[in-house]
Design a protein around this ligand. Structure first.
Ligand code: G3H
Ligand code: ZN
Length: 285
């Protein structure tokens, strides 16, 4: 029984001065790859299911969440379940009783006052049920279905004083901040603002969360953790490995009907990518 909570993992990571990796899963093979890698590295991990993944799963959270819960319960390492980038209050409420211990409620597109009101309501609802709530202030760009956003544009980044006021006003347990990363990058060229990370770390006392981490090089990830980021969210890097391997295997075997050999290779190459990232994110500075 290794199911744990994100809060337990981030508390331990902050005490150790290391990061916690959260990986977005879409298929059962993604989730299996995360567990394989975490067990091989003997490291704890967060399995994250995004609202977009739920949409892909025909609008149903239950089947993928149930699969992730069993994988977590049977894992040899601590595994937490997280619901990511939730804009729908209905989906937030579906987390209750699913084994999901943390939700990222994403009201970052709303004007500040509306973001505060919606997030405070979500946090109160979650806390009554023993669920922790992460929210986003500033907006990390590159989200599916959202207009492109320049991570380096003036005003795109999270302001430390506003972050402190936001945490006080909403009661959230973790804060996603805009510090130079962007979602869904296919190359690892993002440059983070480490001075801003340190100022945000000093301004708020809850775990800081880096989104869009696939586009962040290893050295930048290490520096981000050293400067004060705790939860490091990765999604696209898994899909680059998964889809790339699947594409190669299917192209090499045009007469094969059984998808399992190609899916096995995709799962293994995804696990290899995850193992490398896990070691970077959890390395002691
Ligand atoms: O919430 C999910 C993460 O921010 C993943 O972003 O797909 O760019 O790694 P990424
Ligand atoms: Zn994200």
């Amino acid at each position: 029984m290794a199911l744990t909570s994100t809060g337990t993992l981030t508390d331990a990571a902050r005490a150790d001065g290391v990061g916690v990796a959260a990986f977005n899963v879409i298929t059962l093979e993604h989730a299996e790859a995360v567990i394989m890698a975490a067990e091989a590295a003997a490291l704890p991990v967060v399995l994250a299911i995004s609202e977009n993944a739920v949409k892909f799963r025909r609008g149903r959270l239950g089947p993928l969440a149930a699969a992730c819960r069993v994988l977590a319960e049977e894992a040899a390492v601590p595994v937490a379940l997280h619901l990511d980038h939730v804009e729908s209050v209905e989906l937030l409420r579906a987390a209750e009783g699913s084994g999901i211990g943390s939700v990222m409620f994403d009201a970052s597109r709303l004007p500040y006052a509306q973001n505060v009101a919606a997030t405070a309501d979500a946090a109160a609802w979650a806390h009554e049920r023993g669920i922790t709530l992460e929210a986003e202030l500033g907006e990390v760009g590159g989200k599916p279905g959202h207009p492109a956003l320049d991570a380096h544009a003036p005003g795109a980044r999270t302001d430390p004083a506003e972050a402190a006021a936001y945490v006080r006003a909403t009661g959230v347990d973790a804060l996603a901040v805009a510090v130079g990363s962007s979602h869904a990058m296919l190359d690892r060229t993002a440059a983070l603002d480490h001075d801003l990370i340190a100022r945000l770390r000093a301004a708020v006392d809850i775990p800081l969360v880096l989104h869009g981490s696939s586009g962040v090089p290893d050295a930048e990830l290490r520096a981000a953790v050293a400067a004060g980021m705790t939860k490091i969210n990765v999604g696209t890097a898994l899909n680059i490995a998964y889809t790339g391997t699947l594409r190669e295997h299917l192209a090499a075997t045009p007469n094969r009907a059984d998808p399992r050999p190609s899916l096995t290779a995709a799962r293994e190459s995804t696990a290899t990518t995850i193992t490398t990232l896990l070691r970077v994110i959890t390395a002691k500075p």
